[in-house]
Design a protein around this ligand. Sequence first.
Ligand code: ADP
Ligand code: MG
Length: 690
Amino acid sequence: MAPVRLDMPIKFLKGVGEKRAEAFGLLGVRTVHDLLLHLPFRYLDASSLTPLAKAEVGSEVACLGRVVTKGVLPTRRGLRIFHAVLRDASGLLECVWPGQAFLDRTIHVGQTLLVAGPVRFYHGRQLAPREYVVLAEPDADEDSAAMDRGQIMPVYPATKGLSHRLIRSLISRHLDSILALVSDPLPASTREALGLPTVSEALQAVHRPVRLADAERGRRRLAFDELVDLQVMLGRARLLAKASRGGIGFQIRKQLTTSLKEALPWDLTGDQRRALREITADMTSTERMHRLLMGDVGTGKTVVALFGMLLALENGYQAALMAPTELLAEQHGATLRGLLAPLALEPELLLGRLTASEKEAVRQRIGSGEARIVVGTHALFQQKVEFHRLGLAVIDEQHRFGVEQRAALVAKGDAPDVLLLTATPIPRSLALTRYGDLDMSVLRERPPGRPVVRTAVRGPRQRTKVFEFVREACLGGRQAFVVLPLIEESEKADLRAAKVLAEQLREQWPDLNVGLVHGQLKTEERDRVMLSFRRGEIDVLVATTVIEVGIDIPGASIMVIDHPERFGLAQLHQLRGRIGRGTEESHCILLAPGPIPRLKAFAATTDGFKIAELDLEERRQGDLLGHRQSGDAELRIARFPGDTDLLQSAREFARALLAEDPLLVRKAHRGLRDRALARHPRGEVLFRTG
Ligand code: ADP
Ligand code: MG
């Protein structure tokens, strides 16, 4: 075998091979270096675990024990429950997994299990694990023995075909030889100023901790590196995007913008005025604007964007508004038409449904400059539509754009100023990692006088009453969404549930029109149903989460969400944003299986930023046994809000670095550049010269 190298594909590492390498791929581990950065998500020592006998009813615990008996119990209501009794030195505890009879094939007597979840009382104490890990097979004793000796054991994220134990033994076996290859590109002065250990020390500490505090110190060092790499990419993208346009700066002429201000029947909110000031400052400077306008649905982003567009027009430039779908483009077109009417301006729409000759005519008008405001899908940018003189591009909801694509978007020729819009508020720490290449304006305040959405949580006993309320309201002319969850693992069953519910409602409510929309419908078919709902031909729309984003249905003022406990809070908020777009007060009703505090907290606020923070916190806690969703796929090691200070330092470090050496070509910087590119291979384009 060849000697180990850091960039060597993992399959060549002794003990791995083709098949396991594939499983490692699922964990994002492709090279030996990736394996080194495959960090434990948890450590076990006696102090982090609750002895089985001490697991108290009503508390959340993590316990370790050996399976002494197990089996599947049917209940009277037809639910099959897998149960296992665990034993440790302190005693016994029963664990139950309702509806998961299949675990009988994977959990066996003699195994050592790590379980975590709430303890409840049902004929006795029962732990209902949210998660479990098989720590040791019946024949292996080393783990409990190690723990008994007071050692700290790392627990690694695992996947099918690759158990945590196997990963642990691979890492422990190769750690020394791999560590010998590691060098540290971070200047010692920076490291010392931040009080961080060297990379080797950090890796040693996370994989073989002597004390938990060391492991955490090590993790923070590695998190800092991860954040630096991302900030270097974002910083490069920012440099490219903001490159000077050579003297073109918009001038404030107070023509169209002033007319719009006078024509609006209401005043702008304070947040809108601030955002507008920021946009105007960008547009009048010679640096290119590269800004994100973030605000919940209904906070009034469109109007703000329109002011920017008019500023471009006043200066003899064109402006474009791009939406993710045709339907949304049409909706924007209609909104702009209404707002622009008093100014005797009309938006030009470039849509897929136009005939070839109509499209050609529109392209002509865009090319000649006759079309001053153009609305279309994102394809406007991709298809080679030739603008006469495009000054501002407003791009709505382009989540799929990564950093590199955003940079590519503006790096072309004499590119326009760019304003991105998003209705998904996120906490600042996440915004800085996801959108760190953009300047940001935030709309938090809602315009006064707009109808509110009231949210209520109801239990199973009130189900009939809730549906009766929906029926009455719809007979009275209102429209309602009934949303059911659709989660990947049980997609088929969930889809069936939606279909069954729609059928039931059709039968029970012959006097109402019940529609159904879900993700397996073709886009056109889905659009057809949504349009028919908008026209009021459908009274009740049963839907899976495909309605999360989409066109406004002003008549829809009721939303019932079944099994809201299965949704993340941010997703619930996104769903709720689909109602309350009209003029009447709206109602969102969560049909929960019981009183659930997180749902109550959700019902009590409509502030998207607050909900995003709750959501982030929830994911962090849900991380008890791994299966991590850091809230941002880019980050595997850093954790928020805890690492916010590191983020700040990483940002400053990356900025200073790029200011000194924009392409990181100096010898002292090459290591940092290589590491950043190894972590973000698509970022290669950001470092091309010329
Ligand atoms: P967003 O794009 O952020 O979802 P919109 O721009 O579509 O929000 O605005 C939502 C609604 O609120 C629109 O009907 C708009 O005309 C109205 N609106 C916007 N700003 C104000 C304001 N300052 N006062 C009152 N109504 C406003
Ligand atoms: Mg909008």
